[in-house]
Every structure is written in structure tokens, then in C-alpha cells.
Design a protein around this ligand. Structure first.
Ligand code: SAM
Ligand code: SF4
Length: 314
């Protein structure tokens, strides 16, 4: 369906947990998050009910996210049930990749169509630093296992952080020469732990094209502007929520793991969905879509949402 600004809303991001086995410095506090009481988190039945209602209103793509979605128990059964919704065209998942070595094949068998894997650096020591708990080799193994399981055209998501990984842009671009992957550079958004980071950390994704003018523009894909190095098998995506507000092209709504509908990542407005069923649930989602804000205000001040990114799902 269309929102009040005429945008078609057909993409739902479902967060299945706030918990994560990493503690990326820009996303989560080092102490992690309090483990919520079981009953505060949506059950698998509730996720399926919400997804069905959303698909009834025109959602055609669902992305599972978190926290780290692969730590959520019952995830595979949820994937199977979502995949069985007839009108759903695409079931995707965003992961830090660490558990893909054991989970990629079951995820594929459960019906997940596409994977985005977050990877901020190609240096093992930097990876351990930024994730606080992660090991880069786990993610590389996860990528190999995902490809062997049949996941094609993987997307690698890299948050561009000035002074941390901007000297690796060329190495990331080089990955696309050999591999049919999309390497996507995402601008760091000032929220949660990184809201107060110094200005130099927040680079414009334009830096990528400025430094590598050989990149050829291809098209736009969702909120990403896509490029390619001459002769490369893969592509490069630039996602610029700060420097080029793409709110006019945003087709997304989000549901948090505590059951609240967010029609804009950066707005504090949330609509509680828990306890709603049937027509009441559908009406709440419809209202959320209609009330989707025209744009965010990151250019003026940090995000309005009091949540950290792991409590929303990116
Ligand atoms: N744990 C999974 C992962 O890391 O892919 C899924 C959830 S994570 C919150 C989703 C995405 O949000 C990741 O690619 C992460 O790098 C990104 N992210 C987290 N905080 C961010 C921020 N402040 N600005 C931009 N991207 C951010
Ligand atoms: Fe976990 Fe993903 Fe946040 Fe990193 S970005 S702490 S992997 S939820």
C-alpha cells in the first residue's frame, strides 16, 4: 500500500532479537543488553501473524535482522513459516556471519533467498577491535559455506568509519573483481553509542567514488546507488542516509523484537502491535504505514530514536 507521501511500502524488516554475540562499538554497549523476560519478546507465532497481516497490506519482501538473528532459537522454523506465505516474494536475512558455518545450509533449506553479511574490515586485529568479541576467520568461513549452500550474489555490508576502515576501501572494491558480490558502503549514522563520536568518523559515501573515479555508475537498487569497477564480476553499493537523504525512495517499515512497529528508523514514534489480532492488527499496521514520516532529521541532529541499532535491526 501507499503511505501518505505516495511511497509504496512493500518491505518489512523484522527484528527477531536484541541479543548479539558481538558488541560492535558503534552499535551496542560493551555490557550487551539485559536479557528481556521471554514474554516481552515476540513469539514465533506472533511474528508469523504480523508478517501475514503485513503481506495482506502489500509487503512483498521480509528481512530478518536483530541483534544477531542467528542466535534466536526457533529461527529456522520461523523462516519456513514465512516462506510459506504465498504472496511473499523474497525472504532475506542480515547477519554478522559468525554462525553461518553451521547455519547457512539450514537457512537455505528453510527458504531464505538472500543474505547480507556485515563486514567492516578485512584486517583480523581491526575486526576483533570493532566487534569486541568477533573473529574474522569465522566470517570468511561463513561466506564460503553460504556460497556452497547455494546463496548467490551475497551482499557484504561495510559501515564506513573515518579513521578506522577508510584506508581499506580499495581492498573492499578489489573483492568485487573476482567475486560476484555486492560490496556496500554504508554511512555511519549518529545513534546509540556512536551518536557523540567525533565528526571525522562520519564519512560521506561519496568518498568512495571520489577516491576511485574508475567506478562506473550502473543504477539505483532500493536505497543503494550502484557502481561497478570495469570488468568486475561484482558490484559496489553506496548507501548514504546522511549525505543524500533517500527518504523519498524508502519502502520500509520495521517491527522490533518487543513488537513495536517503526515506520521510520530514526523516529521515536512506535505503534505497539502485541496483543492485536485480525482486523485490529491489520489496522495498526495500516496506520503505521500511513503515518510514515516524510524524512529523518539526521542532518540537523542525531537520531530521534532512543534505541540502539541492535534494538531495531538496521
Ligand atoms: N547483527 C547483524 C549484523 O550485524 O549484520 C544484524 C543487525 S545489525 C544492527 C544490521 C546492520 O546495521 C549492520 O550492517 C550494522 O553494521 C549496521 N549498523 C549498526 N549500527 C549502525 C550505525 N550507527 N550506522 C550505520 N549502520 C549501523
Ligand atoms: Fe551485533 Fe550486528 Fe550490532 Fe554488530 S552490528 S553488535 S553484529 S547487532
Amino acid at each position: 500500500m501507499r503511505d501518505n507521501c505516495g511511497r509504496t511500502i512493500d518491505y518489512l524488516r523484522l527484528s527477531v532479537t536484541d541479543l548479539c554475540n558481538y558488541r560492535c562499538r558503534y552499535c551496542m554497549p560493551e555490557s550487551g543488553v539485559c536479557k528481556c523476560a521471554h514474554e516481552e519478546i515476540l513469539s514465533m507465532e506472533e511474528y508469523v501473524e504480523i508478517a501475514r497481516a503485513a503481506v495482506g497490506l502489500g509487503i512483498r519482501k521480509i528481512r530478518l535482522t536483530g541483534g544477531e538473528p542467528l542466535v534466536r532459537r526457533g529461527l529456522l522454523e520461523l523462516c519456513r513459516q514465512l516462506r510459506a506465505i504465498p504472496e511473499l516474494k523474497e525472504l532475506c536475512l542480515t547477519t554478522n556471519g559468525s554462525l553461518l558455518p553451521q547455519m547457512a545450509k539450514p537457512l537455505r533449506e528453510a527458504g531464505v533467498d538472500r543474505l547480507n553479511i556485515s563486514l567492516d574490515t578485512l584486517w583480523p586485529e581491526r575486526f576483533a577491535y570493532i566487534t569486541r568479541l568477533g573473529k574474522l576467520s569465522d566470517v570468511w568461513t561463513g561466506i564460503e559455506v553460504a556460497e556452497a549452500a547455494g546463496f548467490r550474489n551475497l551482499k557484504l555490508d561495510t559501515v564506513l568509519i573515518g579513521g578506522f576502515n577508510d584506508d581499506e576501501i580499495g581492498d573492499f572494491l578489489n573483492l568485487t573483481i573476482e567475486h560476484p558480490w555486492e560490496v556496500r558502503f554504508i554511512e555511519l549514522m549518529p545513534m546509540g553509542p556512536c551518536a557523540g563520536w567525533e565528526k571525522g568518523c562520519f564519512l560521506s559515501a561519496d568518498e568512495v567514488v571520489n577516491r576511485y573515479p574508475a567506478l562506473q555508475r550502473i543504477d539505483n537498487c532500493g536505497v543503494a546507488s550502484r557502481y561497478r569497477l570495469p570488468g568486475a564480476r561484482g558490484t559496489v553499493g553506496l548507501i548514504s542516509p546522511l549525505s543524500h537523504t533517500f527518504c523519498g525512495d524508502c519502502r520500509r517499515i520495521r517491527v522490533t523484537s518487543d513488537g513495536r512497529l517503526k515506520s521510520c528508523l530514526h523516529s521515536a514514534a512506535e505503534i505497539p502491535l502485541r496483543g492485536l489480532h485480525g482486523a485490529a492488527l491489520e489496522e495498526a499496521i495500516r496506520q503505521g504505514i500511513l503515518q510514515k514520516p516524510l524524512r529523518h532529521h539526521l542532518a540537523e541532529h542525531p537520531s530521534d530514536t532512543p534505541r540502539n541499532m541492535n534494538q531495531i535491526g538496521g
